[in-house]
Design a protein around this ligand. Structure first.
Ligand code: UT7
Length: 323
């Protein structure tokens, strides 16, 4: 028998304010047509004044707990993937812990930018597999609207805010690829590519900073690295692309999503796409897409899912799981 981290529940939260592409036309030399055709994005949500990453993460977590039929008291650990925590410290995860009313267990953040959720899921899986935790909340939550340079049309039209959460629960499996739960993971980074995507400030530089991106350079790395990491995870699980029911990719750009599916030899009707409605929500994008994909009736119990993401670092990776 093998201890598996099985998805017991999922939920998400999106801030109320929706901003359509056309709104940017008033202040920037851009157009709805350019944003749609280059990125696939049509609208995104922005957090309200005073609405923070931990507030959104908590709402997503409450929805995931309700879906799992659990309460916060059942949870042993919280892992939050974010690059936009409320404060420098403590972690957003401990703030979520308090907001959920949890007085036991442990909580910490994982910071791998847009790849944050696959990093968090992989680490949470290791906690479950090693017996350090039985039930783990894994959350991706971001307020990228707070680090935008609103005069930079090449970045500020691409990102949005939101949060998604899932509950992992330890279950015994047979040790085969037919088991439910996380079957394989693959994580990578290469810090030589820092200048392609970064925030030009931080605590030790005494400046919050803004997101800077050489979008077309990141694009060049994305399709190849995403298809490669998905292939590695599938191989580790003893599976191939033909076994995949759904790719649930990081939602940065529809052309990257299409290119990766094509490189994997899979049609777009096997891909969950939410980029048109959410924009790029960094570490929140995969749990948001999983939650929306389930709500749409696309993802069903027993489906084989590959998630993959790449972002600042560069950091990238993938997780293969059976729902
Ligand atoms: O989630 C983390 C990982 N991030 C990503 O995966 C993002 C990866 N990159 C991308 O999604 C795409 O590269 C972008 C959507 C950012 C840009 O698309 P692109 O096809 O690579 O365009 P480009 O950067 O090569 O720019 C083409 C043109 C430029 O004008 P010139 O130099 O050709 O005259 C830009 O100045 O488009 C211009 N441009 C815009 N025009 C209208 C850039 N932003 C805008 C804009 N509106 N908002």
């Amino acid at each position: 028998m093998t201890r598996r981290a099985v998805i017991a529940g999922i939920g998400h939260y999106l801030p109320e304010r929706i901003v359509e592409n056309a709104e940017f036309e008033a202040t920037l030399d851009t157009s709805d047509e350019w944003i749609r055709s280059r990125s696939g994005i049509e609208r995104r949500h922005f957090a309200a004044e005073g609405e923070t990453t931990s507030n959104m993460a908590t709402k997503a977590a409450q929805n995931a707990l309700a879906d799992a039929g659990m309460t916060a008291d059942d949870i042993d650990a919280i892992v939050v993937a974010t690059s936009t925590a409320d404060l420098t410290f403590p972690s957003a995860a401990t703030m979520v812990q308090a907001q959920l009313g949890m007085t036991k267990g442990f909580a910490f953040d994982v910071q791998a930018v847009c790849a944050g959720f696959v990093y968090a899921l992989s680490n949470a899986n290791a906690l479950v597999a090693s017996g350090q935790a039985d039930k783990v909340l894994v959350i991706g939550a971001e307020t990228f609207s707070k680090i935008m340079d609103w005069t930079d049309r090449s970045t500020c039209v691409l990102f949005g805010d939101g949060a998604g959460a899932l509950v992992l629960e330890a279950q015994e499996g047979a040790g085969t690829s037919d088991d439910r739960g996380i079957l394989a993971t693959d994580l990578n980074s290469d810090g030589r590519f820092k200048d392609l995507l970064y925030v030009d400030g931080g605590v030790s530089t005494q400046n919050t900073g803004h997101l800077r991106m050489q979008g077309n350079q990141v694009f060049r790395h994305a399709v190849e690295k995403l298809a490669s990491t998905a292939h590695t995870s599938l191989e580790r699980a003893g599976l191939g692309a033909d076994d995949v029911d759904w790719i649930v990719p990081h939602q940065a750009n529809i052309r990257i999503i299409q290119g990766t599916a094509k490189k994997m030899g899979l049609p777009m009707d096997k891909v969950v796409v939410t980029v048109q409605d959410h924009g790029n929500t960094s570490a929140a994008s995969i749990p948001l897409a999983l939650s929306v994909g389930k709500a749409r009736g696309q993802i069903k119990q027993g489906d084989l899912i590959v998630t993959e993401a790449i972002g600042g670092g560069l950091a990238w990776g993938s997780v293969v799981l059976r729902w």
